[in-house]
Design a protein around this ligand. Structure first.
Ligand SMILES: C=C(O[C@H]1C=CC=C(C(=O)O)[C@@H]1O)C(=O)O
Length: 406
């Protein structure tokens, strides 16, 4: 009891000064991390795995503490730069305790979310569905087997957004998953709750939990039962999922002395979606393998990019017509021993002043229906729209826009 009270008191003290425009935050299971000063930042290329890992080791070696941690975000595209924050020591909290305190702090400050005033789709529904039809030609010509197509939407609010309020909503509305917040060098805050673990590494043990194949959840119990069954039985979704696993096992196999991949997927739920999910477990041949040496080789998997990966990249760029930057990249942390945890930047947004940019994508295969895939991306947006308390306003503004352009 005494230790619980002192944990709450120390949480209170540090939370008084929580500032997500400066501090990185990451939830891992029942624990969460918050960076503390002193910290230093650096950027690095990600194209060459060895250069990335040696720079990380060099930067961590600048810290005297054995508990030093590097938090970072890697972009989707290998030609862009990763950003890191290195801290001598991170505050660590029990997730539930942290949630209680950040909620209480919001209530005390009477924090309210500003209203959504305007939206702008960087890819309209027409654009998105046309891109899918183009992709289907590539499958027919056997140029690609799968591609993940994303869209971005800009939301403008009447007043500046508070990342702390958004994080509070993410923690309460979406209790499971990996909540994260990262202050970028562009003075924005990248935040969200990712359901997808790309790689966790501790000693020799590695774990990955790729997701691919999705259905929107329902409030109706009988309906939920039906849609779970339909998702498990869907040939299109099972194929989308299988493509990811084949690719990932090819990357992981040479590094592992043991690799276990279940023969069929299971179901994983978020607050808004069901996904086909597989837990891939491995034992590394060399416990000194750095988590990012492997995570950066896996990234981007065909759950975010496509198959073949190198061919899908340029098609994504030309079909989406926008750079994804950190969206569908990876975010996480690693320590001086090369252990750490990296998740995929999805169900996320980039917040700056009164603007939020959101991203959602969907895996496209030959059997994909363009409108169904658009609706899937709309459903995936709702994690962040709910956290911004703007789901209803977003759909109203979308309707008005659609009528105006009809
Ligand atoms: C690209 C996204 O989801 C990926 C992860 C899970 C399921 C997916 C799917 O079913 O298409 C996507 O591969 C996203 O949420 O923006």
């Amino acid at each position: 009891m005494l230790s619980e009270i002192s944990a709450l008191q120390s949480t209170n003290t540090t939370l008084e000064s929580i500032d997500l425009s400066q501090q990185a935050f990451f939830v891992s299971g029942t624990r969460c991390f918050l960076t503390q000063r002193p910290h230093h930042r650096f950027t690095t290329q990600i194209k060459d795995h060895d250069v990335l890992v040696s720079q990380l080791k060099r930067e961590l070696a600048k810290c005297s503490s054995n508990d030093a941690i590097a938090f970072g975000v890697l972009p989707f595209c290998k030609t862009q730069q990763a950003q890191f924050i290195v801290t001598e020591q991170a505050h660590q909290y029990d997730k539930e305790t942290f949630k209680q305190w950040i909620t209480a702090k919001g209530t005390l400050k009477q924090d309210t979310m500003p209203s959504l005033e305007r939206i702008s789709h960087r890819q309209s529904q027409h654009h998105y569905e046309s891109a899918i039809r183009e992709a289907k030609k590539l499958f027919a010509n056997e140029q690609l087997e799968k591609i993940v197509l994303g869209k971005q939407v800009d939301l403008y609010f009447e007043a500046p957004l508070s990342p702390e309020t958004i994080l509070t909503n993410l923690l309460t509305q979406s209790p499971s998953g990996f909540h994260f917040s990262f202050p970028t060098e562009q003075n924005s805050t990248l935040m969200g709750v990712s359901p997808e673990l790309l790689l966790r590494k501790h000693g020799q043990a590695v774990l990955s939990n790729p997701l691919a194949g999705s259905a929107k959840r329902s409030n109706d119990k009988a309906m939920e039962f039906k849609l779970k069954q339909a998702l498990m039985a869907s040939k299109k979704d099972r194929y989308e999922h299988a493509v990811v696993l084949v690719e990932m096992s090819q990357v992981l196999q040479p590094w592992c002395q043991k690799l276990t991949i279940p023969s069929s997927p299971s179901l994983l739920s978020t607050a808004t979606m069901w996904h086909l999910s597989t837990e891939v477990e491995g034992q590394l041949a060399d416990a000194n393998t750095h988590v990012l040496a492997l995570a950066n080789r896996l990234h981007p998997t065909p759950a975010l990019c496509g198959k073949p990966t190198a061919d899908a990249y340029p098609w994504i760029h030309s079909l989406e017509g926008e750079s994804r930057d950190f969206f569908s990249g990876i975010v996480g942390w690693c320590d001086k021993h090369g252990n750490g945890e990296w998740v995929v930047v999805i169900r996320s947004g980039e917040i700056s002043a009164n603007h939020a940019r959101l991203f959602a994508g969907a895996g496209i295969v030959a059997a994909s229906d363009p409108t169904a895939e658009w609706l899937e991306t709309e459903a995936k947006l709702s994690t962040m729209l709910n956290a911004l308390e703007s789901n209803q306003a977003y759909h109203q503004l979308s309707q008005i826009k659609m009528r105006a352009t009809a």
